[in-house]
Design a binder for this molecule. Structure first.
Ligand SMILES: C[S@@+](CC[C@H](N)C(=O)[O-])C[C@H]1O[C@@H](n2cnc3c(N)ncnc32)[C@H](O)[C@@H]1O
Length: 321
């Protein structure tokens, strides 16, 4: 169902907290923020409205997200640069936009509501559609190709590592057997195969058994983790003194990568045993969140899709000499 604003009732996750955390970094005369996961532009719109001098660089690999946000953010067109790209290319995007340093960065990872809700995009196990799952519809690799061409061992690894699927070898084994009879081309057939592969006792607990397999395939098709591995360090390196980053992740693998990238930069790396810490080894960032913050119960009641959100944030406190 579409609301009047065309956002389908989409509510930006942990919006107040995101604004509060990024705010102090965006109060200068000409601040620049990067929204590395523009989506429907909900966070971006709020940031632009809150900071009248702000220039926003919005990145999304989904051309529909860029189109939608271009319309939504048109009142701020003079203060926005929207780019169809992977956040994995964040450093190049900044360079092309003429901004080698930034004051803030926001990562709101994962899939958008329209990607999940538009059946034909093939992300959802609850609709029957072609097995697609590409965020960037111009890329070649689809979920259908992964499911029908990857060796069984590789499928097992993906299901185990990206989906945390306990029964990965059984699911990958049944996929291999079924695809030998006839190519697996629809979300429904894949969901049925997963259901059949999972032991009956487990099937009765813990929601739809296809959820983990679909998550794993989506991460593989969109190379989500390698994009984050490139994008987050690039954003952190570009932050000025006092610059801030906020990351919203939606599964443990993203959150683990985020935690590692942030904690690596908030440590004193002086060799142990020195009488005084070495200035060049002092932390370049400080954490703004204690562990990962979760959405409030009130937000979860309003927006069940925020359920798996984990928020971490940090501030640049030293720049290299
Ligand atoms: C959760 S949505 C963002 C929602 C947005 N914050 C809002 O308020 O509307 C995530 C978006 O990130 C995009 N995305 C995911 N991985 C990406 C990547 N590596 N590079 C660029 N965009 C990516 C998806 O296409 C999707 O539109």
């Amino acid at each position: 169902m579409q609301d009047n604003d065309g956002t389908g009732g989409h509510v930006p996750v942990m919006l107040e907290r995101v604004l509060e955390l990024l705010g102090p970094a965006l109060s200068g005369p000409a601040p620049v923020v990067v929204d590395a996961n523009l989506g429907l532009g909900g966070h971006s719109e709020a940031l632009l409205a809150a900071h009248p001098a702000l220039h926003l660089i919005g990145i999304d690999r989904d051309p529909f997200a860029i189109d939608f946000s271009t319309r939504r953010l048109s009142p701020y067109a003079e203060r926005t640069t929207l780019v169809h790209a992977s956040s994995g290319d964040l450093a190049e995007v900044l360079e092309r936009a003429g901004h080698t340093t930034i004051d803030g960065a926001l990562f709101d990872l994962g899939v958008s509501s329209p990607q999940l809700d538009e059946a034909e995009r093939g992300f959802a196990y609850s609709y029957d559609a072609p097995l697609d799952m590409r965020m960037d519809t111009s890329q070649e690799l689809t979920a259908e190709q992964v499911v029908n061409t990857y060796p069984t061992a590789e499928l097992t690894r993906i299901l185990r590592d990206y989906g945390e699927e306990r029964f990965a070898p059984r699911v990958a084994g049944l996929i291999t057997k079924e695809r030998a009879k006839e190519a697996i081309t629809s979300t429904k057939r894949l969901a049925d195969i997963v259901r059949e592969a999972i032991p009956a006792a487990t099937r009765r607990t813990g929601g739809n058994p296809a959820k983990r397999t679909f998550q794993a395939l989506r991460i593989e098709v969109n190379a989500e983790l390698s994009a984050l591995e490139a994008a987050l360090p690039a954003a952190l390196d570009a932050l000025v003194l006092g610059g801030r980053v906020v990351v919203l992740s939606y599964h443990s693998l993203e959150d683990r990568l985020t935690k590692q990238a942030l904690t690596a930069r908030t440590r004193d790396t002086s060799p142990p045993g020195l009488p005084v810490p070495l200035p060049a080894h002092q932390p370049r960032f400080r954490l703004l969140t204690r562990g990962a913050e979760l959405p409030s119960d009130e937000e979860l009641a309003r927006n069940p899709r925020a359920a798996s959100a984990r928020l971490r944030a940090a501030e640049r406190i030293r720049v290299d000499d």
